[in-house]
Structures are given as structure tokens and as C-alpha cells.
Design a protein around this ligand. Structure first.
Ligand code: DGY
Length: 331
């Protein structure tokens, strides 16, 4: 039987490629030559004759695409989020899907805190002001921000990243509340209080989003949700942009119905909702929650392992529930 043919839709760190290239049962590893997301037709062509692929969150893997790649048995997402993949279609078509959990938890929690602090203390706005030569000198009422220490942190979601954000909140003496489908012993044990969605919105000084994007979480933060938040509240999103109705957020911020937002993700990346970039009360980052050298390198190894294990018919530790059980190709 010939070895596996694997396509990687954009250059990833060498650690992952080396693992694929040195595997005795891999015949061909091809990496996209383009330093950009592939067009739909390019993606279809690239995956048509492959056994496995490492894909990015910008690659839409739906039923129609899988239908054109009948030999595909493994899709390894180079991300923890798998909202770009139709898992039900993957299951029907015998494609195992993997992702990159755990290895990016700390980096993403750190970025959440970077945005929370930067928004509260107006770091980006201050930096721009100083660079523009507009710093008038110290004065008691100049450039006041929000208090972080001792305030209430609300977490929407109770997974690994939410837990890591909570761990960091202890150092700031914050009271932490959270909302998820069910209470989680790990968060309860760490001193967080399980509350309803409305209580989360009403009580949080800082509201940080840590749920995956699904049909149930799309626009979880909409006009109504924003209207329940405190006028002094700050929203932080390092999860997925479409969880927030970005147009509604721009309205809430412009009208002073909430105080600020720290955003690493956007509803229609890389585009921004009209008016968002003009607001001084937001700190905007270019979807870099997991973008540290070591994290991206570990993600590459995990993605490569996931792809190889799936193709060999062994369940990888990062197999995604809802996709096909890994099975060896026959013949
Ligand atoms: C993910 O993993 O889902 C991030 O958004 C990219 O690292």
C-alpha cells in the first residue's frame, strides 16, 4: 500500500512538518506555496487526492468539499476551535478530525489578560497620545482608567482557557463569576460562582468570552445582552468574533452603554464592523491569542500527531468528538 499523502494549507512551524516528513508511512507532504488563505477552488484541488490534511481556521471544510475529497480520512485543525469544519459531514464521510487543545491555553489566557489590562488602563490610547507628542505632563485627573484589582470578573464559558484566566485573576483579588451550560467543579473549587447569563451580564465589571462558536453561541452577546451590562463594564473576546454582534457592540460603545472592549477576534475577520476602529475605548489585536513561538510550535506537533494517528486508525488524544472514529484506509 502506498504511503499517506498529506496537504498542509499554509506554512506551519517546522516542528510539525518534520514529524510528518520523517514518518515512515508518509509518502508525500505538500505545503501550500501561498502565504495567504487558499481560495475555495484551490482548497478543493489541493485536498482532492489526499489522505490527510492540516487546515487552518480560515479554511471552510464543509460537506461539498469533503465530497470532492473521497480519499480523505483525517483533518487536523491547526486551532482549538473547529467551527470551520462540518463535523457531522466529516462523521458521515469517515473523516476523523483533531484540534490543538491544552497547548495554547496559557498563551490565550495571557492574551486575555493583556487585553483586559490594556483596555482598563487605556494602554493603547496612552501610547498613541505620547507618541503624538500630546502628553501634557502628570496631573491628578488626567487619563483615568478602570480599577481591575478587587473588581468582578465574569467568565462566559468554563473550559480550560476560562480556568486559566480565573487562575490569573486570583493575583488581582477579583471576585469571579461564570456562566456555562452546567456548573464546573474545577471553577467552583477555585472560588468562582456559577450564575445565570443575565446575572453574569449584570454583575461583571469585566466580561470575558471563552465559549466555542456554535449555532447556540453565535451572537450570544447581542443588543439585549449588551443592554444588561454595566455602563462601566469592559468586554474581552479572545474566542471567536461571531459570538459578539459587532454592529451592536459598536452602538453600545458609541452610546456609552458599556465602557470598553478588548478584542482579539472579529465577526468577519479580517474586516472590522464600521465604526469599531474609530473608537478610543477599544483595544484591537489581530487574532494572536495563541501566537507565541513555543505555543505555535507545540500546535504544529499536535496537529501532525493528530493527522498521523488518525490515518493509522488509532484514536489521537486530540480527536474531536462528533467527527468520525479514526479508521485505517482499506486497500
Ligand atoms: C484557536 O486555536 O482556535 C485560535 O483561535 C487560534 O489559535
Amino acid at each position: 500500500m502506498p504511503g499517506f499523502s498529506i496537504y498542509v494549507t499554509r506554512a506551519i512551524p517546522e516542528s510539525g512538518l518534520a514529524l510528518l516528513e520523517s514518518a515512515p508511512d508518509v509518502e508525500r507532504v505538500e505545503v501550500s506555496p501561498h502565504d495567504r488563505p487558499l481560495e475555495r477552488s484551490e482548497l478543493e484541488r489541493a485536498l482532492a487526492e489526499r489522505d490527510g490534511a492540516i487546515v487552518l481556521l480560515t479554511d471552510t471544510i464543509d460537506d461539498a468539499l469533503l465530497a470532492r475529497a473521497p480519499g480523505l480520512r483525517a483533518i487536523a485543525c491547526y486551532s482549538v476551535g473547529t467551527d470551520n469544519v462540518d463535523l457531522a459531514a466529516a462523521k458521515r464521510r469517515g473523516v476523523a478530525v483533531t484540534n490543538t487543545p491544552d497547548v495554547l491555553t496559557d498563551a490565550t489566557a495571557d492574551m486575555t489578560w493583556a487585553l483586559l489590562l490594556a483596555t482598563a488602563r487605556r494602554v493603547a490610547e496612552g501610547d498613541a497620545l505620547v507618541r503624538a507628542g500630546k502628553f501634557p505632563g502628570w496631573s491628578p485627573l488626567f487619563f483615568l482608567g478602570a480599577d481591575v484589582s478587587g473588581s468582578v470578573l465574569g467568565l462566559l464559558g468554563a473550559g480550560r482557557i476560562a480556568s486559566a484566566v480565573l487562575a490569573r485573576a486570583r493575583g488581582f483579588g477579583m471576585r469571579v463569576i461564570y456562566c456555562s451550560r452546567a456548573s464546573k467543579p474545577a471553577l467552583d473549587g477555585a472560588g468562582a460562582r456559577f450564575v445565570s447569563m443575565d446575572a453574569l451580564l449584570r454583575e461583571s465589571d469585566f466580561l470575558s468570552i471563552h465559549v466555542p462558536l456554535t449555532k447556540d453561541t453565535r451572537h450570544a452577546i447581542d443588543e439585549r445582552a449588551l443592554s444588561l451590562m454595566k455602563p462601566t463594564a469592559i468586554l474581552v473576546n479572545t474566542s471567536r468574533g461571531p459570538i459578539v454582534d459587532e454592529a451592536a457592540l459598536v452602538r453600545a460603545l458609541s452610546q456609552g452603554r458599556i465602557a470598553g472592549a478588548g478584542l482579539d477576534v472579529f465577526e468577519d475577520e479580517p474586516r472590522l464592523a464600521p465604526g469599531l476602529a474609530e473608537l478610543g475605548s477599544v483595544v484591537l489585536a489581530p487574532h494572536v491569542g495563541s501566537a507565541t513561538r513555543a505555543t505555535r510550535s507545540r500546535m504544529a506537533v499536535l496537529a501532525a500527531e493528530g493527522c498521523l494517528f488518525s490515518l493509522r486508525g488509532t484514536k489521537p488524544r486530540n480527536w474531536v468528538e462528533g467527527s468520525a472514529w479514526p479508521a485505517r484506509r482499506m486497500g
